[in-house]
Design a protein around this ligand. Structure first.
Ligand code: PGA
Length: 251
């Protein structure tokens, strides 16, 4: 099955509003030149409105780096789906390893956020990935299985069409140490097979699974050549127009 590639940039806690708008404009140019793939950028919350306005009409989706499960209420520090809809935000990254490991978000909370996104018409990117200790203890597949099963609990097959999964081994994020294409492919194939068990095979075949963790211009082509890798979630290399442009134009 043909899955439309998605290249997503996670800007994390970087860039002022002015810098974010300038980068967004250059990403919009790259993306307008590549009609066969989707491009998403996720600025910090403070730049979302300005970036949405700057790329209006361009072929680039804007994403949030997290999302609340409730629509409104006493949830200091949180941003909800209606607030994101209001700006034109289309997607949200959920369960990023930094949220899990630095801010203590667990699978149950991540599942609630995912439902908050789906109910609020925001497409979720569910991030999963093992730590180095888990990989060395041969627990990679069981960790991924738990993150997928709990993260997607209660999601219907129909809704699953709107979900993107991102496999990001924690040891590869921001370290310059990318998973080999074989390691990445093995994890992606495992996740797809698992999705087939939880949902149906045709749903699993349609879900986009992104790879993330030190994706760079010099490894994107090899990663994208793997049969179960449908795109990339890019951190550091998404902060420079040139390197992100090359990643968007993967061959
Ligand atoms: P990196 O980050 O590309 O800087 O490793 C990826 C991510 O955290 O999504």
């Amino acid at each position: 099955m043909q899955r439309r590639p998605l290249i997503a940039g996670n800007w994390k806690m970087h860039l002022t509003q002015k810098e974010a708008v300038a980068l967004a404009q250059s990403v919009a140019e790259s993306s307008n030149a590549c009609l066969d793939r989707d491009v998403m950028i996720a600025p910090s919350f403070t730049s979302l409105a300005a970036v949405c306005a700057a790329v209006q009409g361009a072929r680039v989706l804007v994403g949030a780096q997290n999302i609340a499960w409730e629509k409104e209420g006493a949830f200091t520090g949180e941003i909800s789906a209606p607030m994101l809809n209001d700006l034109g935000v289309a997607m949200a990254i959920i369960g990023h390893s930094e949220r899990r490991h630095i801010f203590g978000e667990d699978n149950a909370m991540i599942n609630r956020r995912l439902h908050g996104a789906l109910q609020g018409r925001i497409l979720p990117i569910l991030c999963i990935g093992e730590t180095l200790a888990e990989r060395e203890a041969a627990k990679t597949l069981s960790v991924l299985e738990a993150q997928v099963r709990h993260g997607l609990a209660g999601v219907s097959g129909e809704r699953m069409h709107q979900v993107v999964v991102a496999y990001e081994p924690v040891w590869a994020i921001g370290t310059g140490r990318t998973a080999t294409k074989e390691q990445a492919q093995e994890a992606h194939a495992f996740v797809r097979q698992l999705l087939g068990e939880i949902f149906e095979k045709n749903i699993a075949m349609a879900v986009r699974i992104l790879y993330g963790g030190s994706v760079k211009p010099d490894n994107i082509d090899d990663l994208m050549a793997q049969p179960d890798i449908d795109g990339a979630l890019v951190g550091g290399a998404a902060l420079k127009a040139e390197s992100f442009d090359r990643i968007v134009r993967f061959q």
